[in-house]
Design a protein around this ligand. Structure first.
Ligand code: UDP
Length: 452
């Protein structure tokens, strides 16, 4: 086999999708492949571009994305991804062509283009330039499995769910109930078209997954039957190849000093990720539910995530005074460090796939409050299959929040969830060590790239 030291003339062009939950796993993958000796180029959009300062060993090439402001502010995911892919295809081809021209007769060459599946234009650009490509999926295999079933479920009348609270089982989609099916906040047909596009990986040579066999092996075997290319489950990538900060927003790291002062497993960490939002009423119920639970809490209120306000102006009167001793609010946290902190004993999460993996990897059980897209699917797996989470259902109500926090943080039920979460943490640690499944997957990937 080719020695690691001989690989630096093999260049891998990585194309992330420009949103936080997608950029992080791609940069982690870059770090992993760089540690295996490859040269890494990140071809990124100007919009939400990653900070190159944390990655001195990577080359960064910008693709002018020309993402129109009105499309971006519409919040219409299908329109945003359609526009991104249409606008980036030509410039990306140009970036590849310029690199190849520069390489000329030298030893250097692009070995592969690895793109996040939402940036499917990269596959087309690579194919046009006669370069091999691979797809990285940054959501769970369970999500992709249900995505592949959506056309059938739509025909059979189960999707979109007429009753978003229905607990009726969905035929052929165990363990999902109607309420667990993906929820889209925009028009259905363009979303169905987008899903069909990302499910079809066309000429790509493999699908890389940010997941681990101890979580999703059975689902991987099931979905693999629909594809002729290998599935390579490398995750959790943030554990396999921790990168320096991949955050687009500035992290308020001093919250870690506040955590240092709290007792072990006592703090509930609350965050809805980089996209979800709530209204003023939900914000007030959350505030009082947390305050009245009596548990210390660290709450991320991302600027703009409370509709109609800049940051925390809509906090109810008397709240700040009530939580002086117990609570801490931040705009954006160093989430992975927070979850790894000994003081954090629970995570109230929107169940984005990165947050899900980051919490399980640290043995932290969860209160699951999914908002849209794949989050409902992840929440169902967390609560019903892996049994490391409890679901907070219906309209947000301070009494129910208070109870959910106590169930997770204090009661027997929560302690059992924590034990199961810690067991997963141990399994994940084994899977990324030599001899583990994610480690073996990394070796498979390296060999595959060399063979292309
Ligand atoms: N995150 C963070 N600080 C915060 C909140 C979130 O660093 O205060 C990170 C988190 O660690 C995760 C990502 O943002 O890696 C969110 O991704 P996820 O897939 O969980 O949700 P999305 O934002 O895509 O809905």
């Amino acid at each position: 086999m080719e020695e690691r030291g001989q690989r630096s003339n093999r260049r891998l062009v990585l194309v992330p999708c420009p949103f936080q939950g997608h950029i992080t796993p791609m940069l982690n993958l870059g770090s992993l492949l760089h540690s295996e000796g490859f040269s890494i180029v990140i071809a990124h959009t100007n919009f939400n571009h990653p900070d190159p300062s944390g990655f001195p060993n990577f080359t960064f090439a910008s693709i002018p994305d020309c993402l129109p402001k009105d499309v971006l502010s519409s919040g219409d995911a299908a329109a945003i991804f359609a526009s991104l892919n249409t606008n980036c295809r030509g410039p990306l081809r140009q970036v590849l062509s310029d690199m190849m021209a520069k390489d000329g007769a030298t030893e250097n060459k692009i070995s592969c283009v690895i793109y996040e599946t939402l940036m499917y234009c990269a596959e087309a650009a690579a194919h046009y330039m006669k370069l091999p490509s691979m797809a990285l999926r940054t959501s769970s295999i369970s999500t992709q499995l249900v995505f592949s079933e959506l056309p059938r479920l739509q025909k059979e009348g189960y999707f979109p769910s007429k009753d978003r609270s229905s607990k009726d089982p969905v035929p052929g989609a165990y363990p999902l109930r109607c309420k667990d099916l993906p929820f889209f906040t925009t028009d259905l047909e363009p979303m169905m078209q987008l899903i069909a596009t990302i499910l079809d990986i066309r000429t790509s040579s493999a699908i890389l997954w940010n997941t681990a066999d101890c979580l999703e092996q059975q689902l991987s075997d099931q979905l693999q039957k629909q594809y002729s290319v290998p599935f390579i489950s490398l995750g959790p990538l943030h554990k396999v190849a921790p990168a320096s900060s991949t955050s687009i927003l500035e992290e308020e790291t001093d919250c870690l000093l506040w955590l240092d002062k709290q007792a072990n497993d006592s703090v509930i960490y609350v965050s809805l990720g980089s996209l979800a939002s709530m209204d003023e009423g939900e914000f007030a119920e959350t505030a009082w539910g947390l305050a009245n639970s009596g548990q210390p809490f660290l709450w991320v209120v991302r600027p703009g995530s409370v509709r109609g306000s800049e940051w925390i102006e809509l906090l109810p009167g008397g709240f700040k005074e009530a939580i002086q001793e117990t609570g801490r609010l931040v705009r954006w946290a160093p989430q992975k460090d927070v979850l790894a902190h000994r003081a954090v004993g629970g995570f109230w999460t929107h169940c984005g796939w990165n947050s899900t993996l980051e919490s399980i990897s640290e043995g932290v059980p969860m209160i699951c409050r999914p908002c849209f897209m794949d989050q409902n699917v992840n929440a169902r797996y967390l609560c019903h299959v892996w049994r490391v989470g409890l679901e907070l259902e219906g309209d947000l109500d301070q009494k129910e929040i208070e109870q959910a926090v106590r169930r997770l943080m204090v009661e027997e039920e929560g302690k059992e969830m924590r034990l199961r979460a810690v067991a997963f943490k141990d399994q994940i640690e084994l899977s990324i060590r030599k001899g583990g499944s994610s480690h073996a997957a990394m070796e498979e990937l390296v060999n595959l790239i060399i063979s292309l």
